[in-house]
Design a protein around this ligand. Structure first.
Ligand SMILES: [Zn+2]
Length: 264
């Protein structure tokens, strides 16, 4: 490649070898590649949980089946369809693309990664199953990926962590504190990597809620990340772009790595 510096050629070779483009373009990819080629997450087990199955809308009866989500006597639908941008780009497509890319990045960092099978089955799985998969693999960290469908003036990202002790499902203060630590790492790494601002609705960056079976029923550290608001015109431009989806995946991977190792 005439005219190309030796450094750039090496960088490109790294990008081609990994099949991954690091955030901030080529300038950063050499450093990033060498950082994760040391397999900094070797021995760690991670669950990546893309929030929705694109075919859920075709199976309303199955999806709306009431399931237990951790609150005694209460139920929620087994799974949901997710939202979409005003132009019709579905959250389920976005979360699958980001999830698949995050799986690649984390595997390249040396982790054992399981992804919720939202793309290989006709619907779901249910929120109960999403939590059970993380429990069964004894995940060191589990992240459910979403993008919000809030009012158009809402923008930015936030994490969802459990709010209340639920002794009936073993959710105690230690588990809640662990989820908050994973959330804190994610807030820092995701902002730094993607440039996305913290939500102007949940300005602390946290939504603490007992309304989510995915976190209530998880025995392993688990959070949801609402990576942006699909109904915000400004956020939607980003969420629809392939380049941002890659940044989003890197942000999630770095958040997990920061939580597990203390380093982004
Ligand atoms: Zn969602």
């Amino acid at each position: 490649m005439p005219g190309m510096s030796r450094r750039l050629a090496l960088v490109l070779a790294g990008v081609i070898a990994t099949g991954l483009l690091a955030p901030s373009g080529l300038a950063m990819s050499a450093r990033t590649h060498s950082a994760h080629s040391v397999k900094s997450l070797a021995g760690k087990v991670i669950l990546i949980d893309p929030g929705h199955n694109i075919r859920n809308a075709l199976h309303p009866t199955r999806i709306n089946r009431p399931v237990f989500y951790g609150i005694p006597g209460a139920t929620k639908p087994c799974d949901t369809t997710g939202t979409a941008t005003n132009s019709g780009y579905p959250e389920a497509r976005y979360t699958l693309a980001v999830g698949l890319h995050a799986v690649k990045i984390l595997r390249d960092m040396g982790a054992t990664v399981v992804m919720t099978p939202v793309n290989t089955r006709p619907w779901g799985p249910c929120i109960t199953r999403r939590a059970a998969i993380g429990n069964q693999i004894h995940a060191d960290a589990a992240v459910s990926i979403h993008a919000d469908g809030a009012a158009s003036w809402v923008h930015g990202f936030y994490v969802i962590v459990p709010s209340h002790r639920l002794p009936n499902v073993g959710l105690g203060p230690r588990r809640i504190a662990r989820d908050v630590r994973l959330g804190a790492a994610m807030l820092k790494a995701y902002h730094k990597t993607t440039g996305m601002k913290i939500s102007n609705l949940y300005t602390s960056g946290y939504l603490r809620s007992d309304a989510y079976g995915g976190t209530n029923l998880s025995h392993v550290p688990k959070i949801f990340i609402e990576t942006g608001n699909m109904r915000s015109p400004g956020n939607a431009v980003k969420l629809r772009s392939r380049a941002f989806r890659h940044l989003s995946a890197w942000g999630i991977a770095y958040g997990i790595r920061l939580y597990l190792t203390g380093h982004m």
